[in-house]
Each structure stands twice: as structure tokens, then as C-alpha cells.
Design a protein around this ligand. Sequence first.
Ligand SMILES: *Cc1c(COP(=O)(O)O)cnc(C)c1O
Length: 220
Amino acid sequence: MSIALQIRSVLSALPKGVRLIAVSKTQPMEVIMEAYNAGQRLFGENRPQELAQKVGQLPNDIEWHFIGHLQTNKVNMVAGKAQLIHAVDSERLLRAIEKEAAKQHIAVRCLLQVHIAQEEAKFGFSPDELADFLHSGVLSAISHVRVVGLMGMATFTEDLEQVRREFRFLKQLFDQVKSDYFPFDNNFRELSMGMSGDYPIAIEEGATLVRLGTTIFGFR
Ligand SMILES: *Cc1c(COP(=O)(O)O)cnc(C)c1O
């Protein structure tokens, strides 16, 4: 199926309030332009250098999302380019983004990444670490980073019930964090979860942003 048809097919199944991020990492410009010409405007990248290069060469009405693990020494390549940084996984990274955002005199929107998978390899705050971090009051001392929600990745498994439990857990955590720490902040509303293999479940469990690479562009 063509990229345009894939996009149309995914969009036709997305409920209102859920947005599609086309994960364009490793894809060349002309392939991204095919999606752009089909009307897609949200794209996701996971390497700072690649993001910077693509931002410079592609239309400026694209909304770029940085979805990968971000090293503190690369923050300057992402802040001001990505509309949303999905995977803030430590206080150290958050402080580095704050510093860069202050330097650029901009606000940077971020999601806190939570480790929900039963896998060692995935980044993110554990639920306990997240609670400690929010409780510590660090965020109230920070003025350029806007935390607008949570992000997570489910275990890579055939067991779809496990995937569902993990997404459901993240949604409950999101609701809890919202009511405890952001009750009057309408910007805190994004829940980034769901990739090509599991996004229908993520949507059923409350995702507002799904990140699809393979489904849109085929295998990398
Ligand atoms: C690559 C990537 C995706 C997209 O993966 P697909 O399985 O190709 O849809 C989503 N989220 C993150 C964080 C990624 O790195």
C-alpha cells in the first residue's frame, strides 16, 4: 500500500483527540515528502543530528517530535526544533533542557517517560522515581520546561494482555499525576503510547499521541 493510503487508513481509525506521529527516523527526505503531500504534518525523529538536518531541509509547517533517548550534551540540537520532547527520563536531562531553553528564551514542551515494560533495556522513570521526582518540587523551580504529559513503551511481546495492562497502568498513573500535580493545568493532557505493533490497544487505553513508523513507511 502507498504511504498516502496507509496514512489515510490509520487516520480513519483514530478517534477524535488522538494524533498520529509518523516516525520518520532513517527515512530519506523524498519519502517524508510523500507523507507530507498526503497531508501528514507530525513527524517523529530519534537522533538529534538527523532531526536538525531534516528540520533545515523540509517544510517549516511540519511539527517535529523528538521521541528518542536524549543525551544532555545534545539538548541544544533538539530544543527549539522539536515541538515536543517525548522521553525526558531523568532530573538531570530536565535541568539540561531548562538551561538550554532559558538560554534560547523559549519554552520547551516535554513528556516524562515512565518505564512500564518488563524489560531492562527501556529508559524512563520507574513509577516510584516519578513520584519522588514530582514530590521533590523540582518542577516548580523550573520556568522554561513545560511538562505536558507522560510517555511510555510497552514490553515487546506477543502477549497483548500484558501490553494492555502496561498501557492501562500508564493511563492510571497519568490520571493520578494530573490530579495530584497538574489539576488546573490544561496543558497537561498528552499521553504518548503505542507503536506499530500495539497502537490499537494504546488507543483503547487512552493514548493521545501514537508513534507509528513501520505501519506508515514499511520496514526500516
Ligand atoms: C522507532 C520508534 C517508534 C516507531 O516504531 P514502529 O514499530 O516502527 O512503529 C516509536 N517510538 C519510539 C520511541 C521509537 O524509537
